[in-house]
Design a protein around this ligand. Sequence first.
Ligand code: PEP
Ligand code: MN
Length: 438
Amino acid sequence: MQTLRDLGAAQQPQWPNQAALDAAVGKLRSVPPLVFAGECDDLKSKLAAVTRGEAFLLQGGDCAETFDGVTADNVRNKLRVLLQMAVVLTYAASVPVVKLGRLAGQYAKPRSSDTETREGLTLPAYRGDAVNGFEFTAESRVPDPQRLVEVYHASASTLNLVRAFVTGGYADLRQVHTWNTDFVKSSPVGRRYEQLADEIDRALTFMKAIGADPDEFHRVDFHSSHEALILEYEHALTRVDSRTQQPYDVSSHFVWIGERTRQLDGAHVELLSHIKNPIGVKLGPTTTPDDAIALANKLNPENEPGRLTFITRMGAGKIRDLLPNLVEKVTAAGIQVAWVCDPMHGNTWEASSGYKTRSFEDVIHEVQGFFDVHHALGTWPGGVHVELTGDDVTECVGGGEALAEIDLGNRYESVCDPRLNRVQSLELSFLVAEMLRK
Ligand code: PEP
Ligand code: MN
């Protein structure tokens, strides 16, 4: 029988011990689902609204989550900045915002090189906590399949906390000020947010006075997503839903295929073609319109709106040249897809200090290019996909605080790509809200 691995699976770890891998996979096959099929369908119908141009997607979180990062503070801070961004987008642009965390499962990373060399020592590259350790020692870099089981537990804890936060009062719209409290005095964007929160407060008081207090004021819909990279993990968590008899990947509501694993005849496309979750595909600068159309035909043969999202990541300098032809041809082929902009992965560079970084201005330029291209074509700029954190890290340069290269060492905590910090994320949401209003 042909296995997924036989299909030229890219970016897979070389597990050193088959028995240990079998044991981990066996365990994963027996654990309860992290998400329900009905929740995935609910997200799919929200993404169908994005596809129709009636809603906007905000997808964000770490480049790579870590097991050590599963703490209440860390999860709350990430959620808080996403909620603040969503409020800015919803209120300032008057569009419904679909909130999708890049969290509770984002533990595996594709790498451009299989090895990493430091001071003459070459070791296997770090592939995320799902595979091996970040520490630069030979021992820690050995892939350990038991880590896949740990991914499940870390995802379960994160999702449990997120579910409690979004339904248990923290996401109540009357908390709009509370999300901002330790922020207001210190930054102009914090003050700008505070003014918006005041307006929302007045609107809520008015609504209450006239007797309207719908459920939506007290809770939000929030879903999880990650890159479906490690085949053994995603396959072990794919289950046939008892209600519909259809297979769903119950590791997350939404999964996507990365730029390095989107080969049409590859294992990742094959696996995701069989599940019913809403899915995404990253499209980088080498993507031809034919590639995109073939991917859509294979991954969404019924052309169901909401099933497929294309996440373009062209780079600020290329998007205006490359995106028009792609969008035009895909649209002309009658393909139903949500277009989302990842303004991060085409804009990474290395600072002279050696830190991987991105400039906030490049990020904004790419998003602006994305909006301009879609406006010119009459298509809908459906959302943004960003790497961010709720903490005051110094990983991307620029923004209102004018972080410089020299500042990067102050608080650089990402184990993979640089993330927007809290101020930069909120600034981005105000700028995107303006683009949406036009
Ligand atoms: C990522 O999203 O972290 C990533 C690796 O993206 P891409 O597949 O677009 O390079
Ligand atoms: Mn990344």
